[in-house]
Write a protein of this length. Structure first.
Length: 232
């Protein structure tokens, strides 16, 4: 016999329904525009929690930006961690996913645009400097010049003591393009470290966690720290 204490709560049912709907939207968008989505499945909850855990809840309020939120798994985790009074927005290039996010979270500031235009997009809505930027962009599908433009924009809008974290899947790490992207990170940030791998994610993935954004002016840029150069 099922008792009341074993029945799922309405909130739990609502959350699972929203996650299922988000996954459906994600898969449809991936089928229609695979080069924009660039993933075989939405980010898992364990990896999303790892990313959201970078929010410094001891200091409030916080300003957080998410690049490439997709179905909103990381979005949901960020919202649960954000201190009261914080500012949070997402930047989504894919039209269908931006529409889904706007519908699923009416109160969420969803910016439909390209992350390569990040400084302008945030300036248009009066956001900055940013404490934390979390990205799930498909870097392996983004041309090197666009990667450099995005990273330069991230460094430009990030607070000097802010953090940039991006999802990297384990299968792509040995590829030359992934190694080149790693070098771009160390050229843009003074400190680059790697989070533990989340093996339950599909595919397994981790975060590159980047701090100390370097000046975009070569005359003022600092050399990468030894820790950044020796990170795996």
């Amino acid at each position: 016999m099922t008792t009341a204490q074993h029945q799922p709560s309405p909130q739990s049912i609502q959350t699972k329904t929203a996650q299922s709907r988000g996954t459906t939207w994600f898969l449809l968008a991936a089928l229609r525009r695979p080069r924009e989505i660039g993933a075989i499945a939405p980010t898992g909850r364990a990896l999303a929690a790892q990313a959201a855990g970078l929010i410094d809840t001891a200091r409030a309020p916080r300003t957080v930006v998410e690049l490439g939120p997709g179905s909103g798994t990381i979005t949901r985790a960020i919202q649960s961690w954000l201190p009261s009074g914080s500012t949070f927005c997402t930047v989504e290039r894919n039209t269908a996913m931006a529409a889904y996010l706007t519908q699923a979270w009416p109160a969420l500031n969803v910016i439909h645009g390209d992350a390569a235009d990040l400084p302008r997009l945030l300036n248009d809505v009066g956001i900055g400097p940013v404490d934390l930027i979390i990205s799930a962009l498909p870097w392996s599908l983004i041309p090197p010049p666009a990667q450099e433009q995005i990273l330069s924009g991230v460094a430009q809008v990030l607070h000097p003591h802010g953090t940039f974290a991006t999802v990297i899947t384990v299968p792509v790490r040995p590829l030359p393009a992934a190694r080149q992207f790693r070098r771009r990170l160390t050229a843009t940030f003074g400190e680059v470290t790697r989070s533990p791998i989340v093996w339950r994610n599909v595919p397994p993935a981790h975060l590159w966690i980047c701090r100390e954004p370097l000046s975009s002016d070569p005359d003022n840029a600092e050399a990468p720290s030894p820790a950044a150069q020796s990170a795996p």
